[in-house]
Design a protein around this ligand. Structure first.
Ligand code: SAM
Length: 236
């Protein structure tokens, strides 16, 4: 089934540009990451990333999962963090490498960029490094449902006790919930991921798109910042 006004296309990352027209959400719907990055160029870092990174007394080591063209990676580097960033899109990593701040991080050794899919991480083919902050901005909903549980286990293992998670989950009332290659969670399912955490920020967005010039999309998004309890036991 296809949501109104949106066409469903290939679920393969870097499926190729769907043409010069279309909004960022339309590009993300069809996983046309080059078109998505074109439309998001110059956007500021995500608020959840800013809040989570600012909550530490001093910068540490961060993983930026689904880093795309590096908008949050850049912010982390500017705040003095060391970063391991990964994405399944070669185009996204190319753009990140061309970002002057990220290029400086690569030169100085404070940034490592890796081409890795959520599927590879979930299957244990790629191991996430242990980190103080794991950021996944608007990325996890694009993990196919069949590998989300394993991906989340890998994320949880990577976050050190006392460390933080920041990112977004899409809810069951989002227009894209009918797309079979996406992971959408209910509020209780989202909260259940954080049993070993203290949730520091949870904002649920459940609204129609507000831009009159764009095709309608209903957004149902959970914005989360959470701190892993210092006494939490390592995940099995
Ligand atoms: C909506 S973009 C968000 C990018 C960036 N984090 C931001 O906040 O702008 C989703 C990102 O997830 C990546 N992605 C989607 N499916 C993926 C997969 N199966 N494995 C790895 N990365 C994936 C895309 O390449 C893209 O960079």
């Amino acid at each position: 089934m296809t949501p109104p006004h949106f066409s469903q296309q290939s679920p393969v990352p870097d499926a190729g540009s769907g043409g010069p027209t279309g909004s960022a959400p339309e590009a993300a719907q069809r996983r046309d990451w080059p078109a998505y990055f074109d439309r998001m160029e110059g956007k500021p870092p995500r608020e959840t990333l800013i809040e989570a990174s600012a909550a530490f007394d001093e910068p540490g080591f961060a993983v930026d999962l689904g880093c795309g063209a590096g908008r949050d990676t850049q912010e982390l580097l500017e705040r003095g963090w060391r970063v391991w960033a990964c994405d399944g899109s070669e185009d996204g990593l190319r753009r990140a490498r061309e970002n002057p701040v990220c290029a400086g991080g690569l030169d100085s050794g404070s940034l490592e960029l890796s081409l890795a899919s959520f599927e590879q991480i979930g299957a244990g083919e790629v191991t996430l490094p242990s980190c103080d902050l794991l950021n996944a901005s608007f990325a996890l909903p694009f993990c196919p449902p069949g590998c989300f549980e394993q991906l989340w286990k890998a994320i949880d293992v990577a976050i050190r006790p006392g460390g933080r998670f920041s990112g977004q989950f899409f809810g069951e009332r989002d227009s894209w919930a009918i797309l079979e290659d996406r992971t959408h969670l209910t509020r209780p399912e989202t909260l259940a991921l954080f049993e070993a955490y203290v949730i520091e920020h949870l904002r649920e967005e459940d609204r129609a798109s507000t831009q009159p010039d764009l095709p309608h999309k209903h957004w149902h998004v959970f914005h989360v910042v959470a701190r892993k309890r210092a006494d939490s036991h390592p995940s099995a």
